[in-house]
Ligand binder design. Structure first.
Ligand SMILES: Cc1ncc(COP(=O)(O)O)c(C=O)c1O
Length: 374
């Protein structure tokens, strides 16, 4: 071992002592279940919310090049057109992942001298992109419109308000109606990362802004194809000049290989599938599981498919996770730095894959865990 790298051991020891060490687990996720070490578990942490039955595709084509070189397969044009219609925007651009869509798009349009107002619970990829942009960043208290109204008065050439639609770790929805009102009054640009609301809520799964009837007031949408849609990739939808700016300025778009076209085809098939039935199944499952958890005694504030059970201490959350695993449930504890210290939680995500019996079995196990860990 190279002694020059020994400093890493002490950093890792600190992470372990704080109960924050992460380990990769190998498993096979399929539908409602995941098999780990030959144990079949009910999967309560998949983001394949709609559970669209597997779609078969004809090709397994890889382009092996950036989209600006020879990677821009024809299928992109078709999917981007569908996504623009889905979001009611002029144009769209697909990135390899939602993370890269955030990283590339915000940093392409905001710059030094601008002001970005960012919700305190925004995703890591939004935070990184804001930093990359060089703009002044002001973090407003989570979904707190009084704080946002105060902070929007700070100096900045262009002003941006950035929020998630459904928050990824708390499952609550952003106050988009109020945010768009503030944007209108102050001429701020409104950006919504709707990775968890897209395809899940709103008419025809059009997302959180559609749900609040403010879709037309959003200037830039960022989303993932890897969650509600259960496919893979990220995208942005906006007006033509924003998309052109991303093509010309987003480093996470320009300097990386194109998303394989078979995944683009996969997304097209899934968007064109009967999503309405899956949406209904999902919302029935959300109601059953969250009502069940509440009746056991858990405090559940989320109304979405993301249901966090806040435990607090990292160690207890880890022990609860192990207990669930032993009893047949996979629900990974979420700890710092994904959430604040002492805010560790079990982040349950509901999918349409779950059958009535899976939900009933899960609730029985959560009932046992309640007395031990909550
Ligand atoms: C709010 C939010 N934005 C973006 C992403 C990144 O999306 P992707 O998984 O497609 O990279 C995530 C994923 O965890 C997310 O929760």
């Amino acid at each position: 071992m190279k002694h020059k790298l020994n400093f890493i051991d002490s950093e890792l020891s600190k992470i372990k002592n704080d109960n924050l060490h992460r380990k990769l687990q190998y498993g096979k996720a399929q539908g409602a279940y995941i098999t780990i070490k030959e144990k079949k578990l009910i999967n309560l942490c998949s983001n394949d919310y709609l559970g669209i039955p597997i779609t078969k595709i004809q090709t397994n084509q890889l382009q092996s090049s950036s989209r600006l070189v020879s990677g821009n397969d024809e299928s992109y044009r078709k999917l981007e057109k569908i996504l623009s219609k889905h979001k009611g925007q002029q144009n769209s651009l697909i990135f390899p992942t939602g993370y890269m869509a955030n990283l590339g798009s915000i940093s392409a349009i905001a710059k030094k001298g601008d002001l970005i107002l960012s919700d305190e619970l925004n995703h890591a990829s939004i935070i990184e992109s804001c930093k990359l942009s060089g703009a002044k960043i002001s973090i407003y208290k989570h979904n707190d419109m009084n704080d946002l109204s105060k902070k929007i008065k700070l100096q900045g050439k262009n002003k941006f308000i950035i929020t998630e639609g459904i928050f990824s770790m708390d499952g609550d929805v952003s106050s988009l109606k109020e945010i768009t009102e503030i944007s209108e009054k102050t001429n701020a640009i409104t950006i919504v990362d709707d990775a968890h609301g897209d395809f899940v809520i709103g008419k025809d799964g059009k997302g959180t802004p559609n749900y609040f009837n403010v879709a037309k007031k959003i200037d830039l949408y960022i989303s993932s194809l890897s969650k509600g849609l259960g496919s893979f990739g990220g995208y942005v939808s906006s007006q033509n000049n924003v998309i052109d700016s991303c093509i010309n300025k987003s480093k996470s778009f320009i300097y990386t290989s194109a998303l394989p076209s078979f995944l683009v085809e996969h997304s097209i098939k899934r968007i064109q599938s009967n999503r309405e039935i899956q949406q209904k199944k999902l919302h029935d499952n959300i109601a059953k599981l969250s009502e069940g958890l509440k009746s056991i005694g858990y405090e559940i504030n989320s109304k979405s498919q993301i249901i966090p059970i806040i435990i607090g201490k990292e160690k207890t959350a880890m022990e609860f996770g192990k207990f669930l695993f032993k009893n047949g449930i996979f629900a990974q504890p979420i700890r710092y730095p994904t959430v604040a210290k002492n805010q560790a939680r079990l982040r349950i995500s509901v999918t349409a894959w779950l059958k009535k019996s899976d939900i009933e079995e899960s609730l029985q196990i959560f009932e046992k865990g309640f007395k031990k860990f909550y």
